[in-house]
Each structure stands twice: as structure tokens, then as C-alpha cells.
Design a protein around this ligand. Structure first.
Ligand code: 2JP
Ligand code: MN
Length: 258
């Protein structure tokens, strides 16, 4: 009989997705974070990387926050992440679109499958656009912070890393998460490895920082909304007519609802 080599990444295949979702449910329940390696497989992963590199060459990245490396004089300032928001339906990035649709299906599936855990208590009904980030490798870093400290509606952060042959000893760029409730001296050190997908709760449970990077470091981030929290945030912000996307001063709409 034909030996069917199960392709390493049959993301089209339901039972593969189901198995992945039970990992997500379990790890989010136990640790508040979850790492899925080889998420797309190396070929698809490289296609996504190629699209990000093309964007970078086209100069679409907007300079991120300014962080001063030494004194505060202008020339000593280095840019931290450079970012660009992508819908995923743009004609020039079908592979970023494919990545987004696969992350969406894992999150939506896990949200429905989870009957007892925290993940099942959310009603995940949308997300931000994809934030493509590039850290220039000049020691650029990201100071310790919480993604959603004030209930703006975001419940899960999903980060897809694109860095081929990344070596933290040589290149730094480690993501260090300080999960609330873990012992004081325990942290989660996540290497930004190629084709790695990371989920973590976006709120105060997961303060995190990016340590200085010495090679260019690429990542794509999606933030998923809980319907209820997002609804409350929109009501609250509209009353105080705050920017309803406190995470980005990106004028155009950065939210997508299913
Ligand atoms: O690249 C990583 O490993 C994580 C980096 C990271 O935390 N990025 C990030 C980027 C952000 C940009 C705007 C507003 C809030 C933000 C919060 N977090
Ligand atoms: Mn963050």
C-alpha cells in the first residue's frame, strides 16, 4: 500500500489543528503562554519572511519608538522597533495573509473547544491588523511593559517570529516574559526563532521585554479581542473620546471583526 508521508505541516487538516488547539488550551491554562514551533513549515515560513524583507526594502516601515542608547543628544538615539500594519489581504503579501488565516483558525477553534479553562471564558470575535515589526540590530530593544494594562479589549497576543538561524548568545533579542503568579526568580525566556508562534495573555499577567538585539529581528504580531471587554472599552473611550486604538496612532482602522 502507498506509504503516505504525513506532510509535516498539514495546516489544512482538521485533526492536526485540533491537536494543536488542545496544546494551546492546555498551555494557556497552565502557564498563560504557549509556544508552537514549526507553525507553517520552512517553505511557507520563508515565503512570509521574503514578503517582510520586500516590505523593508520598499521602506514601508515607520520608525517605532525612540529609545536613547546613551545620553539624550539626538544622534545617540536609536530606533527601537520599526512597524507597519498589514491587513493581510493586500495583493503583495499573500503569505502573510495565509499566516494570519492560520493563526485565526487556531485561536477561533481553541476558543470554541475550551470548555473549562480561561480561554473558553473569552468570546474572541476579532483582532487587530497584523503589526509587522523589524528591530534594527543596533542594540534596539523594548522596555518591560504590559500590552493591555487598562482593559482595551485585547485578550491574547500572538507573535510569529521570522529569524532564520537566530542565536541569542550571538544576536540577543530574547523576549523575556515575567508571568504573574510565577515564583519571583522564574521567567519565561523565548528565543525569536524562525517559524515559531507564541501566544500569551495580553493583560497584566504577562509583563515582558525584548533584550537588545544585534542583528535585524523580525516579528509579526496579532492581538485578539474579547467581545465583552472590547465592547466596554469602546463605550468607555467614546464617552471620553479617547483614541480607541491606544496601541497605535495608526489613523486608519486597525481592527478586523469576523
Ligand atoms: O517582538 C517581541 O518579542 C515582542 C515585542 C513587543 O512586546 N512589542 C510590542 C509592540 C508594541 C507597539 C505598540 C504598542 C504596544 C506594543 C507592545 N508590544
Ligand atoms: Mn508587547
Amino acid at each position: 500500500p502507498e506509504i503516505s508521508l504525513n506532510p509535516p505541516h498539514n495546516l489544512e487538516d482538521n485533526e492536526y489543528i485540533e491537536e494543536m488547539c488542545s496544546n494551546v488550551i492546555q498551555d494557556m491554562g497552565n502557564y498563560g503562554l504557549c509556544v508552537l514551533d514549526n507553525f507553517l513549515g520552512s517553505e511557507r515560513g520563508k515565503n512570509v519572511l521574503a514578503e517582510v524583507l520586500t516590505m523593508e526594502h520598499q521602506g514601508v516601515f515607520r520608525d517605532g519608538q525612540l529609545v536613547s542608547s546613551k545620553g539624550n543628544n539626538e544622534d545617540s538615539k536609536i530606533r527601537s522597533d520599526q512597524i507597519c500594519w498589514v491587513h493581510g489581504k493586500e495583493p503583495n503579501c499573500p503569505n502573510i495573509g495565509y499566516l494570519i488565516s492560520k493563526v485565526d483558525s487556531v485561536i477561533m477553534r481553541a476558543n470554541k473547544m475550551d470548555k473549562i479553562g480561561q480561554l473558553g471564558r473569552y468570546n474572541i470575535n476579532g483582532r487587530t491588523k497584523a503589526m509587522v515589526a523589524c528591530y534594527p540590530g543596533l542594540g534596539s530593544h523594548y522596555v518591560k511593559h504590559v500590552d493591555n494594562p487598562n482593559r482595551d479589549g485585547r485578550c491574547i497576543t500572538a507573535i510569529y517570529y521570522l529569524n532564520l538561524n537566530w542565536n541569542v548568545q550571538r544576536s540577543g533579542g530574547l523576549l523575556r516574559i515575567f508571568p504573574e503568579g510565577w515564583r519571583e526568580d522564574k521567567v519565561a525566556d523565548i528565543e525569536p526563532l524562525f517559524d515559531r508562534l507564541l501566544f500569551f495573555w495580553s493583560d497584566r499577567r504577562n509583563p515582558h521585554e525584548v533584550q537588545p538585539a544585534y542583528n535585524t529581528r523580525y516579528a509579526i504580531t496579532l492581538w485578539y479581542f474579547d467581545a465583552m471587554e472590547r465592547e466596554e472599552a469602546l463605550r468607555k473611550y467614546e464617552r471620553e473620546n479617547f483614541l480607541v486604538t491606544p496601541w497605535s496612532n495608526d489613523r486608519n482602522k486597525t481592527t478586523v471583526l469576523w
